[in-house]
Every structure is written in C-alpha cells, then in structure tokens.
Ligand binder design. Structure first.
Ligand SMILES: [Zn+2]
Ligand SMILES: [Zn+2]
Length: 262
C-alpha cells in the first residue's frame, strides 16, 4: 500500500483537518496515511509569534486521541523544525512518545519564518537560496536522528523571486552536501507533492532527485503536506511516475523503521 507520509490534523496550529476526515479520504484513495504534526520549538521566539498560533503540541494528548486509529493504515509521526538552536529541545520532545516517523524540516532561517517576506529582504535569490541550502546541509549533520528530510523545495513556495525553483546547476555543491548528508546518515528524502502541479517544478525537482539517486539514494517518501482532507494524496500520480523514472522506491515508516510500500 502506498502511503501519504506527510499530513497535519488539528494538533497542528495551522490545520483544522480532523483525523476522521483525513482517514476517510485516505481510505477512499486506497492510501495509507501518516499524521506528522508540527513541532517548531523556535516559533515562540520569532517576531511573528503573537500567542494565537503555536507550532507545538502535547504528545500525550495526541497519543490519547489517536492511538485508537493507529495500525497498518495509519501511523503517528511528527514534523520537527530544524534550526541551529533547537536540537536539544527536539531530542527531548521525541522522548515523549513512540513516534512512527520523524520528518525534519527547515521552516525558519535567521529566526525568520520563510513564509513571511522578512528573510528575503536585502537578499537576491542566490544569497537567500544559498544560505538556505547550506543551513539545511548543516542541520542534517547535526540532527542525524531524523528519518526523513522534509520538502527540500519548501523555500520555493514563498520566495518572492520570479523564478522560484531550486536549480541543481545553480547550487550543485550545496545540494550535493545536503543529499550526501541524507544518504550518509541513513535518512530518506521526501518528495513533497504539493508543487507537482507545476511542470517546471517537476523538471527541476527531477534533476535534484536524479542526483540523489546517482549519489546512492534508493528511497523516497511521498508526502502531500495536506492541511485539508481534499489535499491528501495530491499529485501522487505524478510523484509515482517520477519515482519510477528515477528508480527510487517509495517507503513509509512504522516505529521508526522503514517499510517498503508494495
Ligand atoms: Zn513543513
Ligand atoms: Zn508539513
């Protein structure tokens, strides 16, 4: 069974999707599902924090409510935010529950949420993307306990530049460092399917994932990053086609162990 390995329910501050709706939608698509709620330790220290949204959650409440659903088709994971100052907090957080899957993601740079314009101000694309990719490489080395590297192309969602895609040829050295750190630490690259409607994004991502395969990468997780039930399994046909072309095997995780999707 193919899994959607990245989704957010009401335990994530920016989602109102209920577990029941998410599970029903995955079932109707014939997909397994992993909930990966946000844990961004740094968020409360950033300038946009006003107390109304908090990208942290209580693992014991999560477990109490969702354990009943956990099984062959539904796994309980977390998406932790990687920043230079969050390693100890992340490790302490992960001690609090037996998560099935841990995605590590970069959502913040210089204590700034990449969602907002601040980080990009005064930087051209090469500077903003270069720093993002070099930090990503460093974060993987410092946080080798994660199972999956989330959305390498996260910055492309919100950057203000006309051409938002990460081009392999523009950042080959930095991208190689990211991919090599992923492979060396037994981490799996996520193929985040949110941007796959865009043919140019597919072309540019194919170059990055082809390089991952060339360097020895064998596995990927597919993840929609759904915050609404209708987005579960989004663009999975395209993603499966990409995986086949690149000879990368889609996998999922249970109790932090990799499983093949058959
Ligand atoms: Zn994310
Ligand atoms: Zn996410």
């Amino acid at each position: 069974m193919l899994f959607d390995n990245h989704s957010h329910t009401v335990f994530s501050s920016d989602s109102e999707m209920t577990a029941a709706d998410a599970i029903a939608q995955a079932e109707s698509l014939g997909l397994g599902l992993v909930f990966t709620e946000h844990y961004d330790h740094i968020y409360k220290h950033t300038k946009h924090y006003d107390g109304t949204i908090d990208f942290r959650f209580d693992p014991s409440a999560y477990w109490d409510q969702y354990q009943q659903y956990r099984g062959d088709k539904l796994r309980l994971g977390v998406e932790i935010g990687l920043t230079p100052d969050s390693r100890d907090a992340n490790l302490a957080f992960l001690q609090q529950a037996d998560f099935d899957l841990v995605i590590g993601s970069l959502h913040f740079m210089e204590n700034l949420d990449l969602y907002y314009p601040d980080y990009y101000e005064g930087k051209d694309k090469a500077q903003a993307y270069g720093k993002y990719l070099s930090t990503m490489g460093q974060m993987i080395v410092e946080n080798p306990y994660i199972d999956v590297l989330g959305h390498i192309d996260y910055i492309c969602r919100y950057a203000p530049y006309e051409d938002k895609d990460i081009k392999y040829s523009d950042g080959a050295e930095l991208i190689d460092k990211v991919l090599q750190a992923v492979i060396d630490n037994g981490i799996v690259m996520e193929l985040n399917t949110r941007r796959l409607e865009d043919a140019m994004a597919v072309t540019k991502l194919m170059q990055i994932y082809r390089r991952y395969q060339q360097l020895g990468g064998q596995y990927i997780t597919l993840g929609s990053d759904a915050h609404k039930a209708e987005n579960i399994g989004m663009n999975f046909k395209t993603a499966q086609h990409m995986a086949e072309c690149l000879k990368l095997k889609p996998v999922t995780f249970a109790e932090r162990k990799m499983e093949y999707c058959k």
